[in-house]
Structure formats: structure tokens, C-alpha cells
Design a protein around this ligand. Structure first.
Ligand code: FES
Length: 142
């Protein structure tokens, strides 16, 4: 299997079996974000305690890349401090700009599967939708 095929499989797996899809009952910050180019939406919720992300969930409708990215992102940020989550968002943004990033820094290797998206400028907004919501959420008061 080629690396591209493997990445495609990982993306489809997150799309078809999204992790952390749903709502958080209490004490969550909610961030709604949409991709203006297609109208797809994501609603991200974060529950932060003592500066640490205890829980992250999302709901949304959109293409496989946007939903898989949200699934991977919510999985990766659980247990991180807000600063660490922001650093991860910066790393992901650099990856989407085609920069060489040390993918070992990603706590979830699945995120690597999205690196090929950088070659398709029209899809970058799909992959970054959930991460933009995260950046906004981290900066809100908790
Ligand atoms: Fe809308 Fe991908 S086509 S987020």
C-alpha cells in the first residue's frame, strides 16, 4: 500500500467513525465556525480545568477532510494545556502551508495523514476549520 493510500484510509476512518462527536453536558466553551467557501460548519466544545483541556467534542457537517480533521484534533488535544494546544495548532498551520514540520511532535500520529492536503490549496480551509475553532476557543475565558 502506498503512503497516500494509507493516509486516505486513516482520513476515511476518522470520517466514518468520528472520535469525540457529540456534546459536553456542562462547563464547556462552545465555538461555532464555518468555512465561508462552502458553508460547512463545525461546533467545537472544550471543557477546561486548571488550564488543561479535559474534554473536547464536536458536531458538524462537512466534507471528509473537515470532519476527519476535527476528529483527529479533538483526540490529540485531550489532556494538553491551553499553551500546548495552541502550539499544536501552530504546528498544524505550518504543515498546511507546506512547511517541513517535525511530525513526532503531534501526540496523535493520525494527524500526519492530513499533510498531503497542503498540496491542494482549495482543501486547506477544510482541514484547518476545526483548528481555527480551537485557536478561538483557547483564547476565550475559561
Ligand atoms: Fe466544506 Fe471541506 S468542502 S469544509
Amino acid at each position: 500500500m502506498s503512503l497516500d493510500d494509507l493516509y486516505r484510509r486513516v482520513i476515511m476512518d476518522h470520517y466514518q467513525r468520528p472520535r469525540n462527536r457529540g456534546r459536553i453536558e456542562d462547563n464547556a466553551v462552545t465555538i461555532d465556525m464555518n468555512n465561508p467557501t462552502c458553508g460547512d460548519r463545525i461546533s467545537l466544545q472544550l471543557r477546561v480545568e486548571d488550564g488543561k483541556i479535559e474534554e473536547a467534542k464536536f458536531l458538524g457537517e462537512g466534507c471528509s477532510i473537515s470532519q476527519a480533521s476535527a476528529s483527529m484534533m479533538t483526540e490529540a488535544i485531550k489532556g494538553l494545556s491551553l499553551e500546548e494546544a495552541l502550539r499544536l495548532a501552530d504546528l498544524f498551520s505550518a504543515m498546511m502551508q507546506g512547511e517541513e514540520v517535525d511530525t513526532e511532535q503531534f501526540p496523535l500520529e493520525d494527524i500526519e495523514a492530513l499533510q498531503g492536503v497542503a498540496k491542494f490549496p482549495a482543501r486547506i480551509k477544510c482541514a484547518t476549520l476545526a483548528w481555527k475553532a480551537l485557536e478561538k476557543g483557547v483564547k476565550q475565558p475559561h
